[in-house]
Design a protein around this ligand. Structure first.
Ligand code: HEM
Length: 220
């Protein structure tokens, strides 16, 4: 993650109490406010552990699908995202996760009945939806690194079932830049930036709790 201490942001609390004094952009703000949460979640993703095997990978995809599947329909239905160029057909990850799990041997019935997270981030406004998307889109950057690493350690698994980790492939940088441009375009006021950062934090914390098995599930 980028070090934003040089971006003129002295601390999250002081930035809040003084409006957005010193904050240069929505992206810098959201990065700064979620940096520690990124480090936390990085620490619990099991895929780079030395003993990670195909079962570890499969379980991780199952958990991610349980988060993306209930969230994406609500998230991408948020008015205004499409106008900013953020479209479900291009950005949803659940179909890739489901495809990988089918390739790894789960039946269609097993994929459908996997547990789904029911403590999801609130995406009740366009700013909140963008904050949530920031986390899910940013994960594609880390996924590239994980894919590279696993391609050495689990080459057969990666050649068969890595559509989620490969995600946008050679377009990943372009998709990330396009998303960041949308975030900046909408996040020009302090109020919107705060709402985005709050939603991004909530997305990190709900996902982390879900990965750790702390929050609830539903099969509905
Ligand atoms: C082992 C797991 C992970 C690793 C090794 C990792 C690594 C990385 C790397 C290398 C970047 C690019 C940093 C840069 O270009 O400055 C990145 C960015 C990012 N990652 Fe992760 N990541 C992991 C997991 C996750 C997860 C699970 C999420 C959220 C679901 C996530 C969210 C983000 C976000 C939001 C960014 C964008 C940061 C920015 O604003 O530039 N990462 N990650």
């Amino acid at each position: 993650m980028h070090d934003l201490d040089t971006a003129g942001i002295s601390s999250s609390n002081s930035a809040r109490s003084s409006g957005v004094r010193g904050v240069r952009s929505a992206l810098e703000r959201i990065r700064y406010e979620t940096r520690a949460l990124h480090e936390q979640i990085e620490g619990i993703v099991p895929l780079l552990q030395p003993d990670a095997d195909e079962q570890t990978y499969r379980s991780y995809l199952e958990k991610l699908l349980g988060f993306h599947r209930p969230l994406e329909p609500v998230l991408f239905a948020r008015a205004g995202l499409r106008e900013l160029g953020i479209r479900r057909a291009e950005r949803e990850k659940a179909p890739w996760l489901a495809r990988d799990l089918l390739t790894l041997g789960l039946s269609a019935e097993e994929v459908i009945s996997l547990p789904r997270c029911r403590t999801l981030p609130c995406v009740q406004s366009l700013s909140a939806a963008l904050g949530c998307c920031y986390v899910l889109e940013g994960a594609t950057l880390g996924a590239q690194l994980i894919h590279r690493e696993l391609s050495t350690r689990l080459p057969d698994t990666m050649s068969r079932a890595s559509s989620y980790l490969r995600c946008y492939g050679t377009e990943t940088g372009k998709m990330w830049k396009a998303f960041c441009a949308a975030l900046e375009h909408h996040g020009q006021c302090a109020e919107e930036q705060l709402e985005m950062a709050d939603a991004a934090r909530e997305t990190f914390t709900t996902l982390r709790a879900w990965l750790l098995g702390v929050n609830g599930t539903t099969r509905v």
